[in-house]
Write a protein that binds this ligand. Structure first.
Ligand code: ADP
Length: 500
């Protein structure tokens, strides 16, 4: 087994990876930007090394700097987490050149999966059903018009080298196509350095259902069942669960086999996700995410498998610790992404100092977080405070437990998306499992419900003594008093002071 791992990431996922390393007796190395000096993952690691200023381009994306630390610390493997360099083929290749194990698929597979149009061609070859559309990037407005007429409106124009929902444009009719093409290409060029776009049929209100797969270098590929991630805002996931309320055993087995086939066809290695859209009883391949995903804990809760531990085994050249027959989905798990955002104010980010953090506990609760009381969330990165994951013997129990956990969760100092999650857990359609990617737009009463919940004071936090607030208030008063005294003294003595 690898003995020392550098984690080329930050926040909760860096802590998550290091937790498994600690259990397995693997040494951990953190790299961090100037903005993350006080972050939990920096404190957690066996050793931590500064790599540059806050902008990711000068720190978390700086391949040379990260590899220099890996070499200097004798790290045998690099875990990229998700985002940043996780799916960057150049980084995987640079690790290989430096004889350091990149904990993920090969550079070649990353390059293939990162080119979504190429991945679609590969899936057609492997007889995996894809969302109807082009399998090449469209070269001109004429070509796009002809393709869209074939596919049938509405269509969606998507950057081939993209991610995070960036640059995707929905087009209702031919008149709007040329402009949408220009917009998507321009955004794709700016955001990803690649202007290529392809066109797909836009499915009206699909469910997002994805399969977790694991593959080793010995020819073993298994799937760990599915996650449903249909509760989204602007194509970004907010709540995920496993299993999906939409699938029965037979469909799960069928889709799981297709996901395994997709992974096998490209020689996949490590942990990955095969994403599908589910619409009117049919499923269509969307893309492969070649990394550990934000929502992986729901799968861990229902299968009992530590996905990061399997990644580390595979990177060490070992076989997976389980075969398909060993995989059994037990109960139901739900994850809420608790963001530093104000859901009642258009989800604007609310970075700042967390004056108090009291995560929930008890049966069936897991909190993956990179924060602590008195930590300041920097404004430079994504606003995730914590992932709150619950497990129950069935979905109803999981929902009841999530409501209880949200009641217990105390975060003071910054606004969070907790009221949003509380409103969803109360929503009759959510409770019935009637999900779709347009859930938020179709549930306008969610916002009233959120306001009601936020105003009701129905939370454990409102019942606890406000010591942290008090301490902060007293400190602020003391500072102001001191300033006034200084002013007064200056007035009397005629000296001037500079406040710093
Ligand atoms: P990205 O990699 O940029 O996140 P994806 O292809 O994974 O993009 O799609 C993200 C989300 O966008 C999906 O979960 C779904 O909500 C929506 N979406 C993407 N393609 C389609 C489509 N063809 N029809 C309907 N919705 C889509």
């Amino acid at each position: 087994m690898i003995e020392k791992v550098l984690v080329a990431n930050r926040g909760e996922i860096a802590v998550r990876v290091m937790r498994t390393c600690r259990e397995l007796g693997i040494g951990t190395v953190a790299v961090y930007s100037e903005a993350d000096k006080e972050a939990l993952f920096v404190k957690y690691a066996d050793s931590a090394h500064p790599i540059g200023p806050a902008p990711a381009s000068q720190s978390y994306l700086a391949i040379e700097k990260i590899l220099a630390v890996a070499k200097a610390t004798g790290s045998q493997g690099v875990h990229p987490g998700y985002g940043f360099l996780a799916e960057n083929p150049d980084f995987a290749a640079a690790c290989e050149d430096a004889e350091i194990e990149f904990i993920g698929p090969s550079a070649q597979v990353l390059a293939l999966m990162g080119d979504k149009a190429a991945a679609r061609r590969e899936m057609v070859r492997a007889e995996v059903p894809i969302v109807p559309g082009t399998t090449e990037c469209v070269a001109s407005a004429e070509e796009a018009t002809a393709a869209a007429a074939d596919i049938g409106y509405p269509v969606i124009v998507k950057p081939s080298g993209g991610g995070g929902g960036i640059g995707m444009t929905i087009v209702e009719n031919e008149r709007d196509l040329a402009r949408a093409l220009d917009t998507s290409q321009a955004i794709a060029t700016t955001a990803f350095g690649l202007g290529g776009v392809y066109i797909e049929r836009y499915l009206p209100h699909p469910r997002h259902i994805e399969f977790q797969i694991l593959a080793d270098a010995h020819g073993n590929v298994v799937h760990l069942g599915e996650r449903e991630c249909s509760i989204q805002r602007r194509h970004q996931k907010l709540i995920e669960e496993s299993p999906s309320p939409a699938l029965d055993e037979e469909t799960r087995a069928r889709m799981g086999e297709v996901a395994v086939k997709a992974a096998r066809s490209v020689g996949y290695r490590g942990a990955g996700t095969v994403e599908f859209l589910w619409s009117e009883g049919h499923f269509y391949f969307l893309e492969v995410n070649a990394r550990v995903q934000v929502e992986h804990p729901v799968t861990e809760m229902v299968t009992g498998v530590d996905i990061v531990a399997e990644q580390l085994r595979v990177a060490s050249g070992l076989a997976l610790s389980l075969a398909q027959n060993d995989v059994c989905l037990r109960g139901s798990a739900i994850e809420c992404r608790i963001n530093a955002e104000d859901p009642l104010n258009g989800f604007v980010p609310t970075p700042g100092r967390i004056t108090g953090h009291h995560p929930p506990g008890g049966t069936g609760i897991r909190v993956d977080s990179g924060v602590y009381s008195s930590y300041t969330i920097p404004p430079y990165y994504d606003p995730l405070i914590a992932k709150l994951i619950v497990w129950g013997r069935d979905r109803d129990e999981a929902i009841a437990r999530m409501k209880r956990a949200l009641y217990e969760y105390v975060i003071t100092g910054v606004k969070s998306s907790i009221p949003f999650h509380q409103a969803v857990m109360e929503n009759p359609r959510f409770v019935e499992g009637e999900l779709g990617t347009h859930f938020l737009e179709r549930e306008p009463t969610l916002w009233d419900e959120m306001r009601r919940i936020a105003g009701s004071g129905e939370s454990l936090g409102s019942r606890l003594p406000r010591r942290t607030h008090e301490a902060a208030r007293i400190a602020a008063m003391a500072a102001v008093t001191a300033m006034l005294h200084e002013d007064e003294r200056d007035r009397i003595t005629g000296e001037s002071t500079t406040l710093t």
